[in-house]
Design a protein around this ligand. Structure first.
Ligand code: FES
Length: 60
């Protein structure tokens, strides 16, 4: 897994930045992630990828 991979092209938010925000603030939804990182609040094209990261992190 590449933390530097850009998940949200609109705001250039990396996978690592999203994972850190989820962990730090205990985020549960795509909307939460958008609030902290802006990811997913532009074209919406990355929402599915954000959801996948959330699912992976919150199942543990
Ligand atoms: S790629 Fe994330 S909102 Fe457009």
């Amino acid at each position: 897994m590449d933390r530097k991979e850009i998940i949200c092209e609109c705001f250039l938010v990396s996978r690592g930045a999203i994972m850190d925000a989820i962990k730090e603030h205990n985020l549960k939804t795509v909307e939460d992630v958008g609030e902290y990182t802006n990811a997913g609040t532009g074209c919406g094209g990355c929402v599915e990828k954000i959801q996948k990261i959330l699912d992976e992190m919150n199942k543990k």
